[in-house]
Design a protein around this ligand. Sequence first.
Ligand code: OFO
Length: 170
Amino acid sequence: MLSEKLLKKLNEQMVVEFYSANVYLQMSAWCNHEGFEGSAKFLRNHAAEEMGHMEKFFDYIQDIDALPIIDAIEKPESEFKDLKHVFETAYKHEKVVTSRIHELVELSLSEKDFGTFNFLQWYVEEQREEEKLFKSILDKINMVGLEGRGLFMVDRKIGSIKDKEIGSIK
Ligand code: OFO
């Protein structure tokens, strides 16, 4: 039987995944507005992926015979200095999500809830991939700088990333 504390944390994480989807959807709108069509496409796809992460929590909570509660979702950031700022924000966000997932893992272990511990392993791996992906995009932007043809090419490349299959861009 899941403890109240662990259930509350799982529910909170479900809401955070919802928030993540909005974070990327909003970033996608900013990129589109600024003419970074590749990044806009990538971020839009990523927002859909975050909804998938949310649904996994939504389903798991129901599988263990509890009730998921969709709480208020924080407003995402909508103003960015430049494309680098977008991906810096994304990378930072993923690091926060990773530490939240690790806290959940720790809690499930301390409560000897091995079913939940097992469920969370998917997220541990997913977070490793997401941090790698965003770091890799950021590295490319840093490499070419914020002006000219280089940034245009990187934006196109970002647009070609198949999120799930690639952990980094070459
Ligand atoms: Fe759900 O992984 Fe990003 O936030």
